[in-house]
Design a protein around this ligand. Structure first.
Ligand code: GLV
Ligand code: MN
Ligand code: MN
Length: 398
């Protein structure tokens, strides 16, 4: 099998872990994730790589180079959003292993060491925190964070890591030594429509939008829906509805700067038809490439929030999750990738990434490159996520 064929085969095998009639269910640090990890570890061993799992449960497959030159790392993640697709993240891990197998077939002892990494929990779906593994190895995750972030069932990130053999007490120990690495490469589907619609096969990412995320807890008064007159209500859900629209409006007003704002979670309590809702939880995700624009969106939401509190007699508490800064990818690597595209006649464009990726944390320590390939109609975080494999080949080869 060629490396490209191996890549496809591995993506197909991993995507069976957690497959349902309605997309993939493979949240981080669950049984489905464990099965996916086992398949990848098997593949690493088959390629003769030494495999180690670090304190944050990231998996590192490595083959040693012939000299002591800084090594090259490739990778991405295996966890998925609920009802997600087959390619988000998995492609970057599988392609890393495909590339290693191609290189080893040509030269069993390359000059630089080659590593492939599976980062833990890139998706924020389980712990409301994204890029957990790549934050950890770049010194951006503390033991306190692993106690603070919990899943829906109240399981802390700390306990989830322990149950997978992780050692969150030793996060510091497993931070990467930048001098040991030459570069990090992540191949990822674009998750937007630009490449699919333009017919270009490669996107060279120049910068990654960063998320500002927080939870809003709106507390009104739970009362009888038949007995309580309209003018005496403090309905938490209608207050939430105003905020959801305010988030959308605030994002829309900054769209010329590429900012976006979304409420992706709305939990209403007690959730009965004959009860005026007393408590609603919203989770808000604001992103952009221009930091000032992200701040303006945030401030607009907060100012509406204060007004809604007064107008509707509800209390609104904000819990921050993250306020990351947009990240530039390495300019020199981008130019070299561009050179390779030109040499090979690959149609490419330079572009930003609206979605978050482990490359944004790796970039804080190691020169990093994110290479996009097209996915059908740009649909992602959706069971319908799909690719035309022949359109992935140029990006893989680059
Ligand atoms: C990762 O998928 C993200 O939410 O950007
Ligand atoms: Mn994703
Ligand atoms: Mn991803």
């Amino acid at each position: 099998m060629t490396g490209f064929e191996r890549t496809r085969d591995l993506v197909e095998r991993v995507s069976r872990c957690g497959r349902t009639a309605d997309g993939v269910l493979r949240l981080a640090l669950t049984e489905e994730d464990r099965r996916a990890r086992e398949i990848v570890v098997d593949e690493m061993e088959r390629l003769g790589m030494t495999v180690r799992t670090d304190a944050c449960c990231n998996i590192w497959g490595r083959c040693e180079g012939s000299g002591d030159h800084p090594g090259v790392v490739m990778g991405s993640h295996l966890d998925a959003v609920p009802h997600g697709g087959d390619y988000d993240g998995v492609l970057g891990v599988a392609a890393g292993l495909g590339v290693v197998s191609d290189i080893l077939a040509e030269n069993p002892r390359p000059r630089r060491s080659l590593s492939v990494v599976v980062f833990t929990s890139e998706e924020s779906s389980r712990f409301s925190l994204s890029c957990i593994g790549s934050r950890a190895v770049t010194g951006n995750l503390s033991l306190g964070d692993t106690l603070r972030f919990r899943d829906e069932k109240g399981i802390t990130l700390l306990n989830a890591l322990h149950s997978f053999g992780g050692q969150p007490e030793y996060l510091q120990r497993d931070c990467l030594a930048p001098a040991s690495y030459h570069s990090y490469f992540e191949l990822h589907i674009e998750q937007g429509p630009v490449l699919d619609w333009s017919g270009e096969d490669v996107g060279i990412v120049e910068a990654i939008a960063a998320p500002t995320r927080f939870m809003l807890e709106i507390v009104g008064q739970q009362v009888h829906s038949g007995a309580c007159p309209m003018n005496m209500r403090h309905d938490a859900l209608t207050a939430a509805a105003e905020l959801i629209l305010a988030v959308e409006r605030a994002g829309g007003e900054e769209s010329e700067f590429g900012s976006v704002a979304t409420v992706g979670v709305c939990q209403c309590e007690p959730g009965a038809m004959n009860v005026v809702p007393g408590r609603v939880v919203l989770k808000v995700d604001i992103r952009g490439i221009v930091e000032k624009s992200i701040r303006r969106v945030f401030r607009a939401v907060i100012s509406r929030l204060r007004a809604v509190e007064k107008e509707r007699g509800v209390k609104i508490a904000l819990t921050p999750y993250c306020g990351d800064s947009p990240v530039a990818m390495d300019g020199l690597l981008a130019r070299r990738i561009e050179g390779v595209c030109r040499q090979r006649g690959v149609k490419y464009r330079r572009m930003p990434s609206g979605a978050g990726h482990d490359a944004m944390y790796m970039a804080s320590l190691i020169p990093s490159a994110l290479i996009f390939v097209p996915c059908k109609d740009g649909i992602s975080h959706n069971p319908a996520e799909s690719v035309l494999w022949e359109r992935l080949r140029p990006g893989y080869e680059v």
